[in-house]
Design a protein around this ligand. Sequence first.
Ligand code: SF4
Length: 466
Amino acid sequence: MNVYDTARMADVLAPLGYSAADGPEDADMVILNTCHIREKAAEKVYSELGRLRQMKEQRMADEPDRAPPVLAVAGCVAQAEGAEMLARAPFLDIVFGPQTYHRLPEMIARVERAAGNNKGKSGRGAGILDTEFPAEAKFDHLPKVSPGARDGKGTMAGCTAFLTIQEGCDKFCTFCVVPYTRGVEFSRPGQAVLEECRQLVSSGVREVTLLGQNVNAYHGTGPDGDNWDLAELIARLAGIDGLARIRYTTSHPRDINDRLFDIHGHCEKLMPYLHLPAQSGSDRILAAMNRGYTAADYQAAVARLRRIRPDIALSGDFIVGFPGESEADFEATMELVRAVKYAQAYSFKYSPRPGTPAALLEDQVPDEMRSERLQRLQALLDDQQQAFNRQMVGKRLPLLLDRGGRRPGQLVGRSPYMQAVHLDASVELLGRMVEVEITAAHANSLAGQLVEPALHRNPRQLERVR
Ligand code: SF4
């Protein structure tokens, strides 16, 4: 979601004459868009700020006639630590949260006024703080998307993009900061999402990933005032000519309704890949996390999805060492993973986030124990990922070629199951659908070779290749 927000900030700033710089060294403005989900990510912000401060001071010494760079921090660390951050880093000009970036032009005007009053030259920042949750939705105030500015994966092809459809969360899992930093659950109107998707497709995008902290809780208003759930939105998006692939993330296991299960069985543009965080396999820990489901509920959802779409690839999130987690609880997580068999997964040591109920629990698991359990879990998940990748060898898969490879003449594309596939292909095929035969499987990627080049020009046909 931060990638999406960053692209939207670029859209907001473009009319003021800003465009993306190659790096911070020569930039007129630097925005750190931050994540508060884990302790490590939040810590990184302050070390990065130390570097930016030095850069600002150096620039002021080397180029006394040039305005010092505007330094800003955005995102969830800014939201959570706003005033404290300004006190710790007085050289900052702007600190703003995820819900106010549509007001950037106004904030920059205030920085310029402050610089005119000579504050900027002292090395002190303008110190503007905007971490409100405004009543009006920021999406109503954002400009149209800029062609080429929405490449979700940092590639040159610009054929894939993220599209935020839902923000915030009302679930209040006891370990999570999202309800406090992103606010309550909000769904964008269906028509606004369709319109943004059409703009993306007309700028060359072929694959969209619909984003939300709890994306399958989506309940947007349709043009006639009716309520659209995620399945309805996907069905409408699938009707957009030129859009080849749809994905969505992140889902809550409790919020998959019947229509969403079913659409996986009949919407060809919806890719057979689902990120479905389990977090733990222990019912006791799931209850302490306030997740609202049991391990059996989760496995039932997986079994139903596999009945509807037998080739669906599953990804998950796991937190190891939640307060009070015993060896038996951890073993229940290992058991769940063995039963589900993931195509890939993300796993982390529990990290207490200030302000969340779990951070106050007394029976925190010692760090060495968390590390040791994480190692065991990751070894199992790595084995499963490699086994999943190995079973692709010899298969033919449709790929969307979305970036250049590491060596000349090499391109990289995504399989329907989210695997990166490397192959030798002409750069003219960048942004196109092709069919490949998988020739080798590695730990984190596949290798393939092109088949039937004539098919490159017929993406609709390729979408039917399974
Ligand atoms: S559902 Fe996801 S975003 Fe919402 S509180 Fe739980 S972990 Fe956080």
